[in-house]
Design a protein around this ligand. Structure first.
Ligand SMILES: [Zn+2]
Length: 447
């Protein structure tokens, strides 16, 4: 009982609105706009009970998986989702490990540091995914689509988390994976997981943008399948991050969901998840999204808050001021301003998903702000004092919440979910932090 034609691709620009069949591998419409995966059928809220019951997996890896447990809400394969055999034929999974350990936790020391009651603060570590970051949520769905269209290899440009996740799922599926990097600009250690999973590294003369361009050309001309975050199927899997948070809160919306801001794939997917859940009658209240940029890579915060040319950039019902964005990028080029933060996961000057991110902020009445590197290190460290490991960029969620409470944008009795996006990738960061007694949470070694 398949639902033929339920899922399709649609351009995000409401004035354009071009549609494509679900098996299309376009990541943009012919006018160059990003695409959304769309569903014609409205999933019944009875599924809440089904999802809850699947927590007892009864031997199914697709129930164990924190992504595929919600498969009816991202059913772009259009399969009869009760049939396990059919699931196995289509759905990619690392034996159910993606998203399996992800749920919101209460962390009392982080709450005390932030100045919020422990019961109102939830932090959700995504670093305990099999490759160590939130990327596995969206990569598992992108590679599922790659398998659906019979791709022979997957292709990405990456300097870290994306290549680790892509390489891992490609290896598990027995398909090839090409990773494009700007030659001489990436520390080999950052690619250690990609090497370990057998990905082919390709060095490109130029910068990251050149590497991305070449990876997209490769995808187009050599039957590669691109898995960078402009791939709309990445966004589908990443919707399960808020799904798991909401399910844990009995589908009662928190007041805020807070993310570190880099390429804005997380912001985009959270926004899409909330738009769909609201439209489908699954939630009554729309949580507000807060995006926390680094001071040194603050494109969204600058534009959204009117710090460039005094104009606050908005989605504006699908008519954002594209010229303003272009002028901002020209300004960065002209002044030689490069994104600069030790939190490399969010060291991004041109967020690929900025338009979907703006749409998410408009729908949720969201906010954007920035924090410093030293603040992020404090955030990372206080999470550690609760027994959880996270990378520096994830610390942005913690100190971002603290900053927004200080500014009375987040109220003290608001319920807040902060996403901790990845696990520690740089072993020396905590060592250096704790060796310096001036740091807030430092516990220096003794002789
Ligand atoms: Zn379009």
């Amino acid at each position: 009982m398949t639902m033929q034609g339920d899922a399709y691709l649609k351009c995000i620009d409401p004035q354009c609105g071009l549609e494509y069949p679900i098996k299309s591998t376009n990541v943009q419409c012919t006018e160059g706009h990003l695409l959304d995966v769309k569903y014609k059928n409205k999933p019944s809220t009875d599924l809440k009970e089904v999802f809850y019951k699947r927590r007892n997996s009864e031997g199914s890896i697709f129930n164990e998986s924190g992504v595929w447990r919600f498969r009816e809400l991202l059913n772009f394969c259009q399969i009869d989702t009760e049939n396990l055999e059919e699931c196995s034929k289509y759905l990619v999974s690392l034996d159910g490990a993606e998203g399996r350990q992800s749920k919101p936790y209460q962390m009392s020391k982080a709450a005390e540091f932030i100045g919020i009651s422990t019961k109102n603060l939830w932090l959700q570590p995504e670093g305990y995914n099999p490759s160590g970051s939130f990327k596995d949520n969206g990569m598992v769905t992108a590679v599922t689509h790659a398998k659906m269209v019979g791709a022979k290899k997957i292709v990405c440009a990456s300097t870290g988390n994306t290549s680790a996740s892509a390489g891992m799922f490609a290896a598990n599926e027995g398909i090839n994976c090409d990773v494009y990097i700007p030659s001489g600009q990436i520390a080999p250690g950052k690619l250690s997981q990609a090497y370990q999973f057998g990905a082919q590294i390709l060095q490109v003369d130029g910068n990251f943008d050149d590497a991305l361009k070449q990876s997209l050309d490769d995808a187009q001309n050599h039957e590669g399948y691109t898995v960078n975050s402009i791939n709309p199927f990445r966004i589908e899997g990443q919707k399960t991050i808020p799904f798991r948070a909401l399910e844990y809160l009995n589908w009662e919306s928190p007041d805020w969901i807070v993310y570190p801001g880099g390429a804005l794939g997380n912001t985009s997917s959270c926004g899409k998840a909330l738009m769909e859940l609201y439209e489908w009658g699954w939630i009554k209240k729309i949580p507000r999204i807060a995006v926390i940029n680094s001071d040194g890579a603050s494109t969204l915060s600058d534009l959204y808050n009117g710090k460039f040319e005094n104009e606050e950039l908005r989605w504006n019902k699908g008519k954002p001021n594209m010229e303003l964005i272009s002028r901002y990028y020209d300004h960065l080029d002209k002044e030689g301003i490069r994104p600069k933060t030790k939190a490399t996961a969010i060291q991004i000057g041109r967020p690929a998903n900025i338009l979907k991110g703006l749409r998410a902020l408009e729908f949720t009445n969201g906010v954007a702000t920035t924090v410093s590197d030293s603040e992020m290190l404090d955030g990372m460290s206080v999470v550690g004092l609760n027994g959880f490991d996270c990378e520096m960029a994830s610390g942005a969620s913690v100190v971002g919440i603290k900053k927004l409470i200080g500014e009375e944008i987040i109220k003290k009795d608001d319920v807040v979910v902060g996403i901790l996006t990845g696990r520690q990738k740089d072993a020396m960061l905590p060592v250096e932090y704790h060796q310096n007694p001036n740091n807030l949470f430092a516990i220096p070694p003794k002789n």
